[in-house]
Write a new protein. Structure first.
Length: 100
C-alpha cells in the first residue's frame, strides 16, 4: 500500500520520514481544503495558510471554521460515536495512526 492510498482509505500503513508523498498528495488535491465533516470535505471558505514549522513553507490553505461548521462537526461526531465505541482499542488506534 502506498501513502496516497492510505490518505484515501485511512488504512494502517507505514510512517515515512520523507515528506514527498504527503506533498504529492497535497499538490494533487490543489492544496486547498474545507473541513472534513461526516466523511466528506466541505467547500473551502474563509481560507488561511498552514505552514511547515521546520521550513515556514506554506503547505496548504484551509478553511477557518465558523459556528455553523462547529455545530455540523459536533452533530456528525455524536452520530458517529456509537460505531466508534463499538470498535476495539486496536481498531481505533489503527484509524488514529493513519490520520497521524
Amino acid at each position: 500500500m502506498n501513502i496516497p492510498e492510505i490518505f484515501k482509505n485511512l488504512d494502517f500503513g507505514p510512517a515515512p520520514e520523507a515528506s514527498q508523498s504527503a506533498n504529492e498528495w497535497l499538490e494533487a488535491e490543489g492544496r486547498t481544503f474545507g473541513h472534513f465533516i461526516g466523511g466528506t470535505f466541505t467547500k473551502p471558505a474563509s481560507l488561511f495558510a498552514t505552514c511547515n514549522p521546520a521550513s515556514e513553507e506554506e503547505l496548504a490553505r484551509i478553511s477557518n471554521g465558523s459556528t455553523a461548521d462547529v455545530d455540523k462537526a459536533v452533530a456528525a461526531a455524536r452520530k458517529a460515536l456509537p460505531a466508534w465505541q463499538a470498535l476495539s482499542g486496536f481498531d481505533r488506534a489503527r484509524f488514529l495512526y493513519a490520520l497521524a
